[in-house]
Design a protein around this ligand. Structure first.
Ligand SMILES: [Zn+2]
Length: 413
């Protein structure tokens, strides 16, 4: 984990297929690493890096061009799964689904790649199943181990997969939620999965679904941690390079549109009709064509103009504005739209590890939500948890408070 990153900072070839047919489709400017929350007293500035999305004309993979070293992003970050209630509920649903699909024998185990604080595996652990978490985050691994969910504090790649294989044998189920697009060591990770997955085993991969992201104008899903943005077609092409294939898929409403792909060894499972239907819809939506992404980029530019106009209008009326939540994707919105401490008083959070820091790229301080008087307007950065958050804001809104939704179009409610 202390090894320096070997990947070049700016790619010249597609991360998936190696072709040089990359087309720049969306330029979000230079941005800090969106999870770079440093305590105010230790603050010395936020370095910025290009945030540009490219489309590969050879394999249709959408990807960002610049790689912030993974050691910087995933060793001492502050994201903890357990703080989000709807995420816990979501994980339980996936857990139930997995148990319907996979028959666990006494020696079988489930591996969670990037399992964070162990939240996902808690369900299996409670039911007495064997579990293993692999996470590079130091705090997250400790939290997981403290819960009794064994966590290897390292990056998952071919090397760590071979070590796990020698120790435990092959895994019946390998789960990864929100990690398969982080992968700087992309091919090594899938080589690792290939050797570690039991012959009839399954990989349950949850990821931001590119067609939904484009449909929702959710450009804030683009940040340095997300190197890749998958359609089923482009993901399938990547997997085929490693003898793996998607055999089933379903859409999930969380994160503003994510997809779960069920992956096995090639020929290991029958492909479902649901998968065929989704692939057909992708084709109908032209998600394999560069024009789709150039149109998306135009809508994103319009969104920025609308957003800055609305904020200027609110400030002209003398309204105070706070960012509600400081998720990593909020950093993309704030930095792309050029919002700073002159218009946003502070961001409020319930994750104590983020309190007392600055929002990356700005001097907007992050305070604890329970200890901060409400503003006139909340800018809802975690718009994907809209229902849950609006429920919590019932009293605030009843007293005349307003909420500014940034996605899919800026809207005051
Ligand atoms: Zn490619």
């Amino acid at each position: 984990m202390t090894q320096a990153s070997k990947a070049p900072a700016q790619i010249e070839k597609c991360r998936s297929c190696g072709a040089e047919n990359l087309v720049l489709v969306l330029d979000l400017g230079k941005q800090p690493w969106g999870n770079h929350f440093v305590p105010i007293e230790e603050f010395t500035g936020h370095p910025t890096y290009p945030l540009e999305a490219y489309f590969c004309e050879a394999c249709t993979m959408v990807q960002i061009g610049y790689t912030v070293p993974k050691e910087l992003m995933f060793t001492s970050h502050n994201y903890v799964s357990g703080t989000t209630r709807s995420l816990k509920i979501h994980f339980e649903k996936i857990g139930e689904d997995i148990l319907k699909r996979a028959a666990f024998g006494p020696t079988d185990y489930i591996l969670d790649i990037g399992g964070n604080d162990g939240t996902f595996l808690e369900y299996f652990h409670r039911l007495g199943k064997r579990v293993l978490n692999v996470d590079s985050g130091v705090k997250q691994a400790k939290l997981s181990n403290d819960k009794g969910i064994e966590c290897r504090n390292q990056f998952f790649n071919l090397e760590s997969a071979q070590a796990i294989l020698a120790e435990r044998g092959q895994a019946l189920v390998i789960h990864g939620s929100g990690v398969f697009f982080h992968l700087e060591e992309l091919h090594s990770v899938f080589e690792g999965i290939k050797v570690l997955l039991a012959p009839k085993g399954m990989v349950v991969a949850e990821f931001i679904y590119l067609p939904e992201m484009v449909h929702n104008n959710a450009f804030d899903q683009i940040y340095h941690e997300h190197l890749l943005y998958y359609s089923l077609k482009s993901f399938g092409y990547l997997l085929a390079q490693h003898g793996l294939e998607i055999y089933d898929a379903q859409l999930m409403p969380i994160h503003g549109g994510s997809c779960i792909a069920y992956i096995g060894h090639q020929g290991g499972h029958a492909k479902t009709e649901a998968l065929a239907a989704m692939i057909q819809a992708e084709q109908a939506g032209k998600f394999d064509q560069v024009e789709t992404y150039l149109e998306f980029a135009k809508r994103v530019a319009t969104l920025k103009n609308q957003m800055t106009e609305m904020i200027e209008g609110l400030k002209a009326e003398g309204k105070s504005i706070q960012a509600l939540g400081a998720p990593v994707k909020g950093s993309t919105i704030i930095n792309y739209c050029g919002l700073d401490e002159s218009v946003i008083d502070c961001a409020v959070e319930i994750n104590p590890m983020k309190c007392g820091t600055y929002v990356p790229g700005t001097r907007i301080p992050v305070y604890h939500q329970d200890q901060t008087p409400a503003p006139d307007v909340y800018l809802m950065l975690s718009w994907n948890f809209k229902t849950e958050i609006l429920e919590k804001l019932k009293d605030f809104r009843a007293n005349g408070g307003q909420v500014l939704m940034p996605i899919p179009h800026p809207e005051l409610i």
